[in-house]
Design a binder for this molecule. Sequence first.
Ligand code: NAD
Ligand code: ZN
Length: 359
Amino acid sequence: MKIPVHTASHSYEVIIGNRILKDAFSSLKKHIEEADRIIVFTDENVWQAQHAYFQEQFPEPFEVFVMPAGETCKSFDNYFAAQTFLLEKKSTRKTLLIALGGGAVGDLTGFAAATYMRGIPYIQVPTTILAHDSAVGGKTAINHPQGKNMVGAFYQPQAVVYDTEFLSSLSEKEMRSGMAEVIKHALISNEKWLMELLDLSSITKLSDHQLASHLKSGIEVKAKIVTEDETEQSVRKYLNFGHTYGHAIEAAAGYGGLAHGEAVMIGMVYALLLSERYSQINREFTKSFLQFAIEKGYPFEGVFNYSFDQLKDYMLKDKKAEYGVLNFVLLSKIGEPFVRSIELSECKEIDLELRELLQ
Ligand code: NAD
Ligand code: ZN
């Protein structure tokens, strides 16, 4: 199945399905033929778990650059190592990069591609559930010690090849993390779909069919939004639902302590509590959503490890923050997001409400 993404800078397709890697790359022959060499960027976990399948399905000759797993691959040191690798392999403007991995590998590879010789082509091959989100839309970045994703570029891939076979080796924690972003896509777009997700008895043991259908719906939401607003001037901001407080918790925990989506789930409950003050979202819904998230194993106890003052400092570093005021994505009702500036004093009240609800 193919989902088109049209942005002002570039149009491409997301090809999704099970065991489709070989066929998908045959349909991308043009990009392969134009390339003078192919370099696969991946991380040590993905390569260990999936190199046999990748090599079996990808018949072209390629070099491979295996990076440290997780956020470490988005460090300046690893970015430097990646550029050195490209130079040592005598890569040119016609070299094609393939990002085989989760969001971290995708972000690093995209940024390396955006900046090597001022831009070379790359294809995203996501291997996590979360990457149904990160691989689409062309946001690329590395982390600075002072903040996550602080150095980056909008740079679209030539294509996204999403073979759900890769998900077979994913841990339960990473499944849960990725499903949070699927749930986010439902919260900001479609009540009926959200209710189907909230009815699932397990979110980590879905059938192939269920998983593919929810991932497709998530990609469609993302594709529609980035088609309308590639560089986050308007509706793309909605994708940050749950991310202001979520990023703060993720940063306070030290990246790797909490998976990105786990932190986003906590941030979404925070955003629902805040939404209650300005919309039709009511406490009953927020409570049932929280109940669902706790039952599915999202680690809300993490909130108690940090004070609001600690989290506030991280929230103020958010790229969307203005001086002393935070811009939150809220819901007027399920499926209808909007942005509102919130004073820090109110953020503190909501933080307290969340803690009380979790007691
Ligand atoms: P990740 O890439 O760090 O992967 C999570 C872990 O799973 C890693 O340890 C990885 O090695 C392992 N892994 C990946 N695929 C596997 C597989 N198939 N089998 C076994 N292990 C596997 O993280 P993620 O959760 O995919 O993505 C998070 C990153 O994405 C963050 O850096 C975040 O900032 C970024 N992100 C970017 C965007 C965007 O629009 N660019 C959007 C959301 C998130
Ligand atoms: Zn996210």
